[in-house]
Structures are given as C-alpha cells and as structure tokens.
Write a protein that binds this ligand. Structure first.
Ligand code: HEC
Ligand code: HEC
Length: 320
C-alpha cells in the first residue's frame, strides 16, 4: 500500500520497521545506489546497517572534507597547524612581534611581511628556520634578538605563522600563478581514459578555462557539487541532481529528482512537478534506487595522484 503524503513529516513514531537499507558506492561509471527496504515487523529492531540518510550525510561530509584535503594537497599547502599551538603562538606574536610585523604578520612600519617570507615558508611550522632568526635577531637590520624564547614557544610561533601562510595560500594571494604547472599532454591522456565517457573537450567542457579561473576550475573538477563550497560554486546544475526510482511491490514505478531520503521514507519530485513520498513501513518490499551523477567524481577524488591533478588542470586550462 503506497502512502502519498504532501508535506514533509518526521516519523519518529514507535514501530520502526527493520529497514535493511544500505548505500553502496560501487566504483563503476554508471553509479547506481540501491536501497531495498524489505518488509519488517512493527516494533521490530531498528536498522542495523547504515541508513541511506546517514550514508548520504556521511558521504556529503566526507566529500567536502576530502575536497578540502585535496585542495591542500594540490596547492602543496601541507598539513594544517595544530590549533592550540597556533593560538598560543598568536598570543606571543601579537604582543612581541606584532608591533613591527603587524598583528597578522602581513608587515608593519618596522618589519617585513612574514606571510610571504621565504624563511617562514621554508619553516613549514617547525620552528627550525624561524628559531635562529628570533634567537639571534638581525643585528643592524632592525630585527632584535629574543634569546630567551624556548623551543616550544618558537614552535608555537611557527605554527601560528604556518596558519597565516596557509590562509594566504588558500585565498590564492600568491599561489594562483603557480598552480598550472602540470603537463597538458599527460592530462589529456588521463582525461581520455577517465573523463571522456561523460565529458567532451569540444562539447560540454569547451572553453571551460574561460568560465573559471584556475583555482575554481580545479575545485570544479575535483568535486563539482555546490553544497561543498557554499557561496563559492555556481548555481545548482540540473545535470548534477540526484535522481531516484521507486518501485512498489504492486508494480508501480515512480522516478524523479530526489528530494529527501532517510531511514523511514523517500520523497521525489517527478517531471510534472508533483511531490511524492513513501513511508517504507507502509509499503513492504518497496525498492528505492538512487542515481548520483557525481558519484564518479568522488571515486576519482580517491584515485588522483598529485601529478594527475596538476596534469588535468594544465590540460583543462588549454580549453579556452
Ligand atoms: C623592532 C621590530 C621587530 C620586532 C619586535 C620583531 N621583528 Fe622580526 N624582523 C624585523 C625586521 C626589520 C626584519 C628584517 C630584517 C632583514 O632585513 O633581514 C625582521 C625579520 C624577521 C624574520 C625573517 C624574515 C625574512 O624573510 O628574512 C623573521 C622570521 C622574523 N623577523 C620573525 C620575528 C618574530 C617571530 C618576532 C617576535 C618574536 C619578531 N620578528 C620581532 C623587525 C622586528
Ligand atoms: C560518470 C560521469 C562523469 C565522469 C567520469 C566525470 N565527470 Fe565531470 N561531471 C559529471 C557531472 C554529472 C557533472 C555535473 C554537471 C556538469 O557540471 O557538467 C560534472 C562536472 C564536471 C565539471 C564542472 C563543469 C562546469 O561547467 O562547472 C568539470 C570541470 C568536470 N566535471 C571535469 C571532469 C574531469 C576532469 C573528469 C575526469 C578526471 C570528470 N569530470 C569525470 C560527470 C562526470
């Protein structure tokens, strides 16, 4: 018996059926995610496998974390600083160094910008390069010595400065010119092997490099979803929307854009614009198939080597 409801409802009522639902991410080009909600007894055990909703949320969270990680890797930004150490370092820096180098380390009247300093960039948050400068100063050049700072304090300052340089790199203040360093031919080969089943350089990706700057373009091919980069992506693309097909035991088949899915129910909007939803508990044997057009991008995200990413970007940059 299919139940049609016209408003979203939260079914936290008793009598949760044992929805044996599991989301699978098989790394095939045509991603099909099948959740079969088998019949369950009223008041039976709650779902023991990961639910579609949990999986969806987890994979959403995972993918945005992965994209951030991949962008770091791509920009060769390295691991982020330890937040506590950076905070301690900030306190020292602002009070002891800030009046010359500026509280954000971007430079002041009496000291240079440290965010762009090669000493700081080489240091990578370790304190190994910064330490000697701080301990010895630069006598005669306006940098006093601070011989009493401990190694831990130097390390904290270095962690703070690492955070500052990474923030600058992430804003693409200076790395932007340097990121298109790959080999476009190798990128083309990779593209033909892994991307051409869905994209064409003369078709949908023609002039893609005119549409986005290199950094945005890199973000777009790493993961084109919008939800991961709030405020940063272009408006939602209908080609990126998830679709769902619901097959009822009676034989009825409904498809449309996925509106909502969780442990207990699924909702879609069909091509006529009608909203339909089903409660698994009421429709024993309902079969729900979700199709995520971006699933393959997530699979690829795990596969790229650093060189692959640079080569791909270099290739996409030729599409002007
Ligand atoms: C009185 C002003 C002043 C204070 C205070 C000061 N600095 Fe400096 N610092 C300078 C000047 C000026 C230079 C550039 C010296 C030169 O030209 O070689 C410099 C250079 C540096 C450099 C090397 C930059 C490079 O690229 O060569 C580092 C690192 C540095 N300072 C860190 C610190 C830290 C950390 C503190 C606080 C513990 C600090 N400074 C406090 C004035 C100051
Ligand atoms: C299984 C199909 C599939 C594969 C394989 C695939 N993509 Fe995509 N890609 C999509 C879909 C769907 C979208 C979202 C709709 C759109 O923007 O075209 C997308 C979006 C993009 C976008 C954003 C386009 C824009 O206008 O914002 C880029 C860039 C991109 N993909 C590059 C790649 C690259 C590079 C590869 C190979 C490494 C690849 N894709 C592999 C399906 C795929």
């Amino acid at each position: 018996m299919a139940i049609r409801i016209w408003a979203m409802c939260f079914l936290l009522a008793a009598g949760i059926s044992a929805v044996q639902a599991q989301q699978q991410n098989s790394p095939t080009a045509d991603q099909q995610t099948t959740q079969s909600a088998t019949s369950g007894e009223k008041g039976g055990t709650p779902p023991n496998k990961s639910s579609p909703e949990q999986s969806a949320q987890q994979s959403q969270a995972r993918s945005s974390e992965e994209v951030r990680e991949a962008i770091r890797k791509f920009l060769a930004i390295g691991a982020p600083p330890n937040p506590q150490a950076a905070k301690r370092g900030q306190a020292i820096f602002v009070s002891t160094c800030g009046f010359c180098h500026g509280p954000n380390a971007t430079g002041g009247a009496q000291g240079p910008n440290l965010v762009r300093s090669t000493v700081v960039l080489h240091d990578q948050g370790t304190g190994k390069d910064i330490g000697p400068v701080v301990h010895n100063g630069r006598p005669g050049k306006g940098m006093p010595s601070f011989p009493n700072f401990t190694d831990d304090q130097i390390h904290d300052i270095a962690q703070f400065l690492l955070g500052r340089t990474q923030a600058a790199a992430n804003r693409m203040d200076y790395t932007i010119q340097n990121i298109v360093t790959g080999d476009p031919r190798a990128g083309q080969t990779y593209f033909q092997a892994h991307c051409s089943s869905c994209h064409s350089p003369a078709g949908d990706l023609a002039r893609i490099a005119k549409k986005y700057d290199p950094v945005s373009l890199e973000g777009r091919f790493l993961y084109p979803g919008n939800s991961n980069r709030p405020g940063m992506g272009p408006p939602p693309d209908p080609r990126a929307e998830k679709h769902v097909t619901v097959t009822l035991p009676s034989g009825g088949v409904y498809s449309g854009v996925l509106v909502h899915i969780d442990d207990f129910s699924v909702a879609l909007r069909d091509s006529s614009g009608a909203y339909r939803s089903w409660i698994y508990n009421d429709v024993k044997g309902i079969l729900v198939e979700v199709h995520d057009p971006l699933a393959q991008h997530l699979v690829l995200l795990h596969q790229y080597s650093n060189a692959d990413m640079h080569n791909l970007l270099a290739y996409l940059e030729t599409l002007k």
